[in-house]
Design a protein around this ligand. Sequence first.
Ligand SMILES: C[S@@+](CC[C@H](N)C(=O)[O-])C[C@H]1O[C@@H](n2cnc3c(N)ncnc32)[C@H](O)[C@@H]1O
Length: 334
Amino acid sequence: MSEQTGAGASSRHTPVLLQRCLDLLAPALAAPGAVMVDSTLGMGGHTEGVLRAFEHVRVVGIDRDPQALALASERLAPFGERFTPVHAVYDEIREVLDRLGIAEVQGVLMDLGVSSLQLDEAERGFAYAQDAPLDMRMDPTTGPTAADVLNTYDERDIARVLRVYGEERFAARIARGVVRRRAQAPLTRTSELVDIVRAGVPAATRRTGGHPAKRTFQALRIEVNGELAALERAVPASVEALAVGGRIVVESYQSLEDRIVKRALAVGATSSAPPDLPVEPATHAPYLRLLTRGAEEADADELARNPRSQSVRLRAAERLRPTPDHLRTPRRAA
Ligand SMILES: C[S@@+](CC[C@H](N)C(=O)[O-])C[C@H]1O[C@@H](n2cnc3c(N)ncnc32)[C@H](O)[C@@H]1O
């Protein structure tokens, strides 16, 4: 793994739609003593922007990747006690805040997916363009690797992962290729997987639509890291951590993530009263106000500055009142 410094962190990842995130969070972060959780700290780009823009705000930065935490902590050291790094999965936000003695927060920011650091570190196996071990864990200290998935799942499950998480049309053919190959020897390298994908995707398709292994790699990364299940839990848990007037901003990079975010925010922004009631009881009134009309995308300026913003979908909401008891998510067992 190459030597990286905190200063390196700032040049490796340009935060997507930073000014828009700051503008959306500003009314909530103006409160004295405001706390924001950056649930996807990464290289700390968004957090640095927040710490600079709002001089009294404290940021709790969560990441499941210890390397990202180390680099971002070095970068953000000048902010002293205004920044607290935490190694956790973002659906643990309530437990993280309890440990820090924080009852509620004024902002939550989520910038989903992998960071440029993770893609650039060839050895971590996220990139189809470089040969590396089939790992793909955002937290390399725990959990199954991409090799474990490919060598132990049955053919139907591999195909399901590729079809559902990668929207891969040739999922069944690629899964068959994996099972055939592993009958000779377990798969260990990303280059073997790329070869299998190339053989499974018809030549005419290979000539269009980018690298043929892109969808397969995305699907495996989502499976290895349980990304969608964590997100399904994290959005409601984050909304519940917000004080009244607090705001949440989420940036997604593919349709499955964006759909989860859209639905979770819609639950809070819609009356939960049965439609036939003549008067809406206060407990059923919406407890969120959507701050974006649909999902916002990057404009031409942002696209020119930051190619990562190409697929971004940004949604944001403000908490209007506490979550009614009948919609509260149960606390996880300690
Ligand atoms: C796109 S990057 C964030 C970049 C950051 N906003 C910046 O400006 O530098 C996403 C980060 O979220 C982390 N991450 C993804 N899923 C996570 C999860 N479920 N829990 C905690 N961290 C997660 C990844 O490890 C990665 O470092």
